[in-house]
Ligand binder design. Structure first.
Ligand code: 13P
Length: 338
């Protein structure tokens, strides 16, 4: 498959991406929150439980892995990327090395990981990965994001995307405007517009084939500490407007991050976006927390009851699969007894 075909598959209707690429540090936080020790065995056990569930075949188009997981072997003896491929999903790999302090700026971050990336991509391809992810983060405050943060992260995203396409893999371009803060939904709209604009300017300079990319943005939301109450309809309308205004038409689609929304909020908002989608872009999910939270809680209490954990994960994945086709509703959500 060439990169344009892979990108189309990643955002195909009815399916979306499972972001299971938490670094060991982030996984430590997640497992601690459910009182489980963060050992390599436990990380593999939880992830393998998800990757061998039924919804992998029906609702998941791809899985983003962390370096450690791409190299692990499942309990059935096949490698984790093979296990994912067997269910019809595409294995992917997070290739950035995290958001680090941006020198010269107060509190902002620059994503690192470009040095040696070309060689790492060759190895990742041989291990079975066919797409990659790089996440840039932007915070909103009265003085942020700065031009420095916007420009340096867009430049890094474009250099990453060029190296990934050279390795015949699809880059997920993820500029995440964070939800933290008191800002209004309109402020999020304005900042996201500027950030996306700058990213596509740099992607063009770096000769990226946009048909072989997937955008992973935030939805347009008010800050987590903002008092403003906003409906799912308004979130959907503003998100669609922002993307229509700033995305080149060659990009096949969008796989949203959940960014701190609850599981049901993330599903409902995506469903609303698809209800009013009047573009050729496909809108799907690439959720981490919003796909894993309930499953993680269940797993922490019943680690050996694989079926029980998978039932919880299948429900969440299938609800999100429905929302990619605007077929989700509250009734469907509740038709589930755990
Ligand atoms: P969340 O959906 O938890 O925001 O994670 C998605 C992701 O991959 C962030 O890089």
């Amino acid at each position: 498959m060439n990169i344009e075909e892979i990108a189309k598959m990643m955002v195909a209707k009815g399916k979306g991406i499972l972001a299971a690429d938490e670094s060991t540090g982030t996984m430590e936080k997640r497992l601690k929150s459910v009182n489980v020790e963060c050992t390599e065995k436990n990380r593999l056990n939880f992830r393998e439980t998800l990757f061998s569930s039924n919804s992998m075949k029906t609702s998941i188009s791809g899985v983003i892995l962390f370096d450690e997981t791409l190299r692990q072997t499942s309990s059935s003896g096949i490698s984790i990327p093979e296990l994912i491929k067997k269910s019809g999903a595409i294995p992917g790999i997070k290739v950035d090395r995290g958001a680090k302090s941006l020198a010269g700026s107060d509190k902002e971050k620059i994503t690192e990981g470009l040095d040696g990336l070309r060689d790492r991509m060759k190895e990742y391809y041989d291990l079975g990965a066919r797409f990659a992810k790089w996440r840039a983060v932007y915070s909103i405050s009265s003085s942020h994001p700065s031009d420095q943060c916007i420009k340096s992260n867009a430049h890094a995203l474009a250099r990453y995307a060029a190296i990934v396409q050279e390795a015949k893999m699809v880059p997920i371009v993820e500029p995440e405007v964070l939800m933290d803060g008191e800002h209004t939904i309109d402020k999020c709209f304005d900042v996201t517009s500027i950030v996306l604009n700058e990213c596509y300017k740099e992607l063009k300079i770096h000769n990226i084939n946009l048909k072989g990319t997937v955008l992973k943005p935030n939805m347009i939301l008010p800050g987590a500490s903002c008092k403003q109450k906003v409906s799912a309809e308004e979130i959907a309308k503003k998100t669609l407007d922002c993307l229509k205004k700033n995305m080149p038409k060659e990009v096949p689609g969008v796989a949203f991050l959940s960014g701190g929304q609850s599981e049901v909020e993330a599903t409902k908002n995506l469903n609303e976006i698809n209800k009013i989608n009047d573009t050729n872009f496909h809108f799907t999910f690439s959720y981490g927390r919003a796909l894993q939270q309930s499953a993680l809680k269940t797993w922490s209490k019943s680690m050996s009851d694989t079926k029980k954990v998978q039932k919880v994960f299948d429900h969440r994945a299938n609800m999100n699969g429905a929302s990619t086709q605007a077929k989700w509703d509250e009734k469907l959500e509740q038709n589930f007894a755990a």
